[in-house]
Design a protein around this ligand. Structure first.
Ligand SMILES: Cc1cc2nc3c(=O)[nH]c(=O)nc-3n(C[C@H](O)[C@H](O)[C@H](O)COP(=O)(O)OP(=O)(O)OC[C@H]3O[C@@H](n4cnc5c(N)ncnc54)[C@H](O)[C@@H]3O)c2cc1C
Length: 482
């Protein structure tokens, strides 16, 4: 007797697809996962420089987990990976990291004066208290370091009302150390009214800014790919690679999935399919049987780009310059440079994430062919780290320009649409997730927290419940009819 066909086809083996598959199996359903590329993980992508298990690596997609992301933490724990969680040393967290300022590169420990000078060049500050000026100067410096270009442009206008509001509160206890660093997280936690003083762009980025530059981030030793690898290993049903979805047709109580495998197109029918393909990819496929609103949301979800360039170095030369980790705000085309932790065998080298650029900043290096992109990033970074020019210092490079990546066509659904509040983000996610007959949708773009693994998992759990209910209702209907 032929085996029962799987009840659910999961389209895409990223974190959303794998969590949905895992949870549906837990509820007793049979699944098949169909992945277009030759690897699982999607935008969770650990690149290893070498085949050894302990070879140096870089996470070219997701690399950090905020401690408040309960769903991501839950899966890390269920998969037995909690012991591998480590504090993520973020940008400018090491006093010896470098910051690009109007005076050139300065060490963080020496940056208070230059960041105040930079602020003074942009807005008049002399009538404000010293603590107020330091607060706004560090805020502006961090926004320039990690913010998208649209935020950096016109930052002066956003900071001016903040100077006035901050001058009304006592911020002296948030200035710390001989370097006059400022505890922005503490200041905003204690004085939430300061958020209201931000201009609309800064207000829309403030949570990201505090998260990305604070201490509430973790990384996974061995790479984030361990999460998706372990999830896939737990599945009973097959995960088939090189199965590109080329068309989707919702017809009656069936979903017709057009698949391309080794150049051959086949049509498969499923009672239920869960599509986790980013809408940036989905809108280029042949789609039929979807209502107008669904077509519109698939067409209109905006995606931000990102480019990451990792350099495999013979040794962590930055340690000789007393940089023990963290990241420099390099600016230029590179934007951010991370001195990655060495979890592997030190004899196999160390990895520098030479460039991490997001949104509009991703294009200048991202649009170059990979070899020229790597050469250009090396040339630019050698201005700060001339050690890179020494013969044999760089053993290899790997990068992804996510904006052009065939299987993503973007880094993530845009989370910085200025002026959008949490309720609007939730409503957008729900609209994106709305099913069509037996075709369900999941993925970070279908969640209230797009651009995070946590959002992708949230969407996968929601779709699991909906699919389970639909399958049970369908089974009950069939039983009643027979
Ligand atoms: C550079 C970068 C940095 C990030 N940093 C972080 C971070 O630090 N922390 C964090 O939590 N999140 C981060 N994210 C976001 C996080 O990676 C994503 O939100 C999450 O991985 C998305 O999962 P997903 O399953 O929704 O989508 P994907 O992972 O994109 O899964 C979709 C799957 O569908 C497949 N697919 C595409 N087209 C087809 C097709 N035609 N046929 C079949 N299969 C197809 C893809 O190959 C992919 O495997 C980052 C993302 C990027 C790109």
């Amino acid at each position: 007797m032929a085996a029962e066909p799987p009840a659910v086809a999961i389209l895409g083996a990223g974190i959303a697809g794998l969590v949905a598959a895992h949870e549906l199996e837990r509820l007793g359903h049979s699944v098949i996962v169909l992945e277009g590329s030759g690897r699982i993980g999607g935008r969770v992508f650990t690149h290893r420089f070498g085949s050894a298990d302990n070879a140096p690596y870089a996470d070219l997609g997701a690399m950090r987990i905020p401690t408040g992301h309960a769903l991501t933490m839950r899966y890390v724990d269920e998969l037995g990976l909690t012991p591998a969680l480590r504090p993520f040393r973020t940008i400018l967290s090491d006093p010896n990291n470098y910051l690009a300022t109007g005076r050139g590169f300065v060490r963080v420990r020496d940056a208070a004066g230059p960041v105040v000078e930079d602020l003074r060049c942009a807005v008049p500050v002399d009538s404000f208290r010293r603590d107020t000026v330091l607060f706004c100067a560090w805020l502006a410096a961090l926004a320039r370091a990690v913010g998208p270009r649209a935020l950096r442009t016109g930052l002066a206008a956003e900071i001016t009302p903040m100077l006035r509001a901050a001058d009304r509160v006592d911020l002296s206890s948030y200035v710390h150390g001989p370097a006059d660093r400022f505890d922005l997280v503490g200041a905003f936690d204690t004085h939430p009214q300061l958020r209201e003083a931000c201009g609309v762009r800064l207000a829309g980025f403030i949570d990201d800014l505090l998260l990305e530059t604070g201490t509430r981030l973790r990384y996974l030793a061995g790479g984030m790919g361990r999460i998706t690898d372990r999830l896939a290993a737990r599945l009973r049903g097959p995960v088939l690679l090189d199965r590109e979805v080329v068309s989707l047709h919702v017809r009656g109580d069936q979903v017709l999935v057009g698949l391309r495998h080794r150049g051959v197109d086949v049509l498969s029918r499923y009672p239920v399919a869960v599509c986790t393909l980013p809408f940036s990819v989905l809108r280029e496929l042949q789609l039929a049987g979807l209502d107008d609103d669904k077509r519109e949301v698939i067409r209109s979800v905006e995606y931000a780009a990102a480019t990451k360039i990792a350099l495999h170095c013979r040794e962590p030369f930055w340690k000789r310059a007393a940089v023990s980790g963290g990241a420099s705000a390099t600016g230029g085309r590179l934007r951010q440079t991370y001195y990655l932790p060495q979890d592997g065998d030190p004899a196999l080298g160390a990895v520098l994430l030479g460039s991490y650029a997001i949104a509009e900043d991703a294009a200048p290096l991202g649009r170059l062919p990979a070899d020229r992109r790597h050469a250009a990033s090396l040339e630019e970074l050698a201005g700060l780290h001339p050690e890179l020019k020494a013969p044999g210092a760089v053993l290899g490079a790997a990068s992804i320009s996510w904006g052009d990546h065939r299987w993503s066509k973007g880094c993530a659904a845009h989370r910085w649409r200025w002026g959008k509040d949490a309720a609007a983000a939730r409503a957008e996610g729900m609209r994106a997730a709305r099913p069509q007959g037996g075709l369900f949708f999941a993925g970070e773009h279908c969640s209230s927290t797009p651009a995070w693994i946590n959002g992708a998992i949230e969407s996968a759990l929601a779709v699991t419940g909906a699919v389970d209910a639909a399958l049970r209702t369908g089974a009950a209907d069939r039983a009643q009819r027979s």
